[in-house]
Design a protein around this ligand. Structure first.
Ligand SMILES: Cc1ncc(COP(=O)(O)O)c(C=O)c1O
Length: 501
């Protein structure tokens, strides 16, 4: 038996294909919507009867009815009783918040760019993003993540989820989980010699958010800020969110030079420093310089933001006391991070401030993103409370020390004889190799990349936009095993020999 001829349709259905993923009705909605927005189904066009369209497309009538109902809800078609459905005028379509096609992959090409100073400043900032794929030797900024006790963490996480209550899933305290604040205060007092209480601790999304929060909270219109040069680019970018200008104050063998700070005058209200382990040069700030900075802050009534990002890793002598512990005038804020002890993707850090500031800082945090993930904070608190954290820190410290020694040993055998001795890092997770010229920095970086090794060129790592960048390389030593580092140094020597000789 021959099938009856298909009824004539008011538009061409030849291009409609319903063989993609997802329900047929949704595919049909998307394709009809596309045609309407592109004008192939113009305003006022009469939609075919659902039965006819179903027959033409070879789908059930129900599918077409459901698709039409959805288009009706989106305001793309309207129906007149007894007279079928019509495509609505474009203005009415544009006003419908549902009318935007969810399947469109890119924004309209002519989207205007904001012209604000902040937007412009952000064009010069490259966010940190660890490369995908295998961990390569000399990756900087990475702790020994191969030692992270993932099985233990996942057990604690599973337990937290088994025992969770509804309030754990709701909005939490913007200052952070009280138990985690208590444990961190306890840790900072005993491990870092920083006198503080839980009431002074704001849990942040890493040190980075602590720096940005401090800039937003402490700088007013017209205020300037200062950072070290060479220095930590992410901190400079965070200060630039609020500061009218960010000065780059030179660092020498004793740390930041206070004399240069004096020259900035009274508009400079906030200074970011890394006194325990200057990033990236690795210098520990002398006691005299620390006292000079505190005196400057008192005199200028300015604030010091101390970033103590990796001070647990001290390879020579005893850990240095934080600058904040010397401050008797309450002008120092302290930021810390769990990125180097746990893992950077955890995004947990803390800001330590006077107790009276906490309510306002918590309000600011709440305005920005409310708070860090409650369940992650819970698991972190349990990890500390049950003794895993201190054990893990000891293990991480031991591994960093071993890897550092392996780097120095292999360097002494393979690369120092080429005329490039590596100063032994006294702290942290990277070594700093000063170089005589930017040209050599570039050649050595390119040769390392060709040998599939990751070195941090100062131009990228520590060069600040308006400072006279110092040439050098940052070489992380914690991310791969001691044996892996030994091999990598031998490969680096091979790759560098033609460049140096
Ligand atoms: C100077 C400095 N501060 C802080 C951090 C850690 O930042 P976050 O806690 O945001 O991961 C790093 C990481 O490389 C750093 O180099």
């Amino acid at each position: 038996m021959n099938s009856p001829p298909l009824p004539a349709l008011p538009f061409d259905v030849a291009g409609i294909r319903l063989d993609g993923p997802g329900p047929l009705a949704r595919q049909l909605v998307e394709q009809l919507r596309q045609r309407m927005l592109q004008g192939q189904l113009p305003a006022g066009a009469r939609m075919p009867a659902t039965r006819d369209l179903a027959a033409a497309l070879g789908v059930s009538r129900n599918t077409v009815v459901r698709a039409f109902e959805h288009l009706l809800d989106e305001g793309l078609i309207s129906s007149r009783v007894g007279d079928g459905s019509y495509v609505t005028p474009p203005l009415a379509q544009m006003a419908s918040p549902l009318a935007r096609p969810p399947s469109r992959a890119t924004a309209p090409a002519q989207a205007p760019e904001p012209q604000t100073p902040r937007w412009q400043a952000l064009q010069h900032f490259t966010p940190s993003r660890t490369p995908d794929g295998p961990v390569r030797a000399f990756r900087w900024g990475s702790p020994a993540m191969d030692l992270f006790p993932a099985a233990l963490w996942s057990r604690l996480q599973a337990r937290a989820w088994r025992r969770h209550s509804v309030s754990d899933l709701a909005y939490g305290d913007p200052a952070g989980l009280p138990a985690l604040r208590e444990w961190l205060a306890d840790y900072l007092r005993s491990a870092r010699g920083l006198p503080c209480s839980a009431e002074q601790i704001l849990i942040t999304g890493g040190a980075q958010q602590g720096i940005a929060l401090a800039a937003l909270a402490l700088l007013g219109p017209g205020d300037e800020a200062a950072t070290e040069s060479p220095g930590y680019r992410s901190a400079a970018a965070a200060l630039a969110l609020q500061a009218t200008r960010v000065h780059h104050v030179p660092v020498d063998a004793e740390g930041l030079r206070p004399a240069a700070l004096e020259a900035l005058g009274s508009r400079c209200r906030l200074l970011y420093v890394t006194p325990s382990h200057q990033f990236p040069t690795g210098v520990a700030m002398s006691l005299q310089r620390r006292l000079d900075l505190l005196a400057w802050a008192r005199r200028q009534q300015a604030w010091i933001l101390e970033d103590d990002y990796d001070s647990e890793y001290r390879h020579v002598g005893l850990p240095l006391a934080p600058l904040a512990s010397l401050d008797t005038a309450g002008r120092t804020l302290y930021v810390g991070s769990l990125s180097k002890l746990m893992f950077p993707g955890l995004r947990l850090g803390y800001l330590v401030a006077p107790p009276a500031w906490l309510p306002t800082l918590a309000r600011l945090r709440s305005v920005l993103d409310r708070h860090s993930a409650c369940m992650d904070q819970q698991v972190m608190a349990a990890f500390i409370a049950e003794g895993h954290f201190l054990r893990h820190v000891r293990r991480m410290r031991r591994a960093a020390r071993e890897r550092r020694d392996a780097l120095l040993d292999a360097w002494g055998r393979h690369i120092a004889p080429l005329g490039l001795p590596l100063p032994a890092p006294e702290a942290g997770l990277h070594a700093y190799l000063p170089l005589p010229s930017a040209a050599l920095e570039q050649r050595l970086t390119e040769a390392a990349v060709r040998a599939r090794l990751e070195v941090g060129a100062m131009r990228r790592v520590g060069g600040l936009p308006d400072s006279s960048a110092r040439a050098g390389l940052v070489l992380g030593f914690a991310a791969v095993s001691a044996a892996g580092l030994g091999d990598a140094v031998a490969r680096l020597a091979q790759a560098w020999r033609p460049e140096i000789g």
